[in-house]
Ligand binder design. Structure first.
Ligand code: LLP
Length: 429
């Protein structure tokens, strides 16, 4: 009996009672590679990208994958080959782009705290644009570029003061956030940028937050950015491109964000109505390209019934899946073997780490036994990339599934990898 795909996860389905990602049985991967294990679907990533590509068909546009969501080299390689540029936030991310075969001229560099060293590295590599986040950064960037005999391509990141209606930790477009330059200061900052010898003004940039599930905040931000473009160009400074950031949400728990192509149809209509539709557009999606393409497999270690709660203790933890602990985020949790006939119980699914914040799901109804395997869903974005080795837990392996093939794209870390760079002090005599 074949069951339709899980909602929001078009490439994840049960076949003969076993959970499969594309054509690969996840239990087979767990048996071969152990758990915890991240597994990603290539087709799901390319489908998510295709929605944006459809949205921009016939337009001058560049999709810069916000690689902070998942920066594994093979995933960068996949997006580079599919024609994407990259949004980076560190010199380390730039090195990853180059190692994966990405083209530096398609890279935009965001972030409030770029160091002089990172600026030099990015200038020498020939990146496409710096998204500058403060007036102080503008001055430093100009002097760093001048010292190299170069002019840095820049956009100024506008803080449009719109409410993205998302979790406060991932909202970035409000006055109280550290990001971007306040709307009121933008024109003066462009004037200054245009006067600095080490800079070349290229565009304007905006990113209002993450896991956005409504179109309205985007439309409001677009209006504010377009008003600014008009004012900046009236001051004689050409704006070649508009970078509209990322932030489109995914379905974690019945969330219904607009589809990328539908959202962009609305935004492009707004642009066209204002006569701005033929300008080069750039966007920086992260989560919406990879989030629902990945799962994290984990094994049930112990069941621990209690007076107030039952705990299902698994071998993945907050170091592998930090979003529940950090944002009280919901991730679906489903068994790899379709629900066994047996008694269900309500469990808090928790990891082995010595913190009460180490939970992966609360009040989940499951029929499980020790040794059973579970999949934590929506684990393609901000899971492996935000992972740590807390409690000296080595990082999981990662697999990229392509049809019925499964490629190991990251080996499981060993404990000696973790402490390789540490040193003992000389023994006392
Ligand atoms: N561009 C910039 C400048 C950003 O800061 C971000 C995300 C993106 C693009 C991509 O946003 P996305 O399309 O992925 O929403 N760790 C949090 C999310 C942090 C997002 C940070 N910035 C989480 O797990 O929910």
């Amino acid at each position: 009996m074949n069951i339709p795909p899980l909602p929001g996860h078009p490439h994840l389905h049960y076949a003969q009672g076993q959970l499969q990602l594309e054509g690969v049985r996840l239990a087979d991967l767990a048996a071969r590679h152990g758990t915890p294990l991240y597994v990603y679907s290539r087709a799901a990533m390319l489908d998510a990208l295709a929605a944006y590509q459809r949205g921009f068909k016939g337009r001058k546009a560049r999709i810069c994958y916000a690689m902070k969501a998942n920066s594994s080299l093979a995933i960068l390689q996949l997006f580079a080959q599919a024609g994407c540029g990259f949004d980076i936030v560190s010199g380390g991310e730039l090195e990853r782009v180059l190692a994966a075969g990405g083209d530096p001229s398609t890279v935009v560099f965001s972030g409030v705290g770029k160091t002089r060293g990172e600026m030099r590295q990015a200038l020498k590599a020939g990146i496409g644009c710096f998204n500058v986040e403060s007036e102080a950064e503008l001055e430093v960037l100009s002097s760093v570029a001048q010292a190299l005999g170069l002019r840095a391509p820049v956009s100024i990141r506008v803080n449009p003061n719109v409410d993205a209606k998302t979790h406060p930790y991932i909202s970035t477009g409000l006055k109280g956030n550290k990001f971007g330059i306040a709307h009121e200061r933008v024109l003066a900052t462009y004037r200054r940028a245009a006067s600095l010898p080490g800079l070349h003004v290229k565009g304007i940039d905006c990113h209002i937050g993450s896991q956005i599930t409504e179109a309205t905040p985007y439309l409001d931000a677009m209006d504010r950015v377009l008003d600014l473009v008009q004012a900046i160009e009236a001051a004689g400074i050409a704006i070649e491109h508009i970078d509209f950031g990322g932030g489109l949400g995914i379905d974690y728990q019945g969330d219904a964000p607009p589809a990328a192509d539908a959202l962009w149809a609305q935004l492009l209509a707004r642009l066209d109505a204002r006569g701005q539709g033929d300008r080069m557009l750039m966007i920086e999606p992260g989560r919406s390209l990879v989030g629902n393409a990945g799962v994290c497999l984990t094994e049930v270690l112990y069941l621990k019934p209690g007076e107030q709660k039952n705990f299902c203790i698994v071998d993945a933890a907050m170091n592998d899946l930090p979003r529940p602990m950090m944002y009280e985020a919901f991730h679906g949790i489903v068994p790899l073997a379709q629900q066994r006939a047996g008694e269900t119980q309500v469990y808090d699914v928790v990891g082995p780490i010595c913190e009460s914040g180490d939970w992966l799901g609360r009040e989940r109804t499951l029929a499980v036994q020790p040794g059973d395997l579970l999949a934590v869903l929506s684990a393609g974005a901000y899971c492996s990339a935000m992972g740590s080795t807390y409690n000296t837990r080595a990082r999981p392996a990662e697999i990229l599934v392509d049809g019925s093939a499964a490629h190991l794209i990251r080996e499981r870390e060993s404990v000696s990898d973790i402490f390789r760079s540490e040193r003992l002090v000389p023994a006392k005599i």
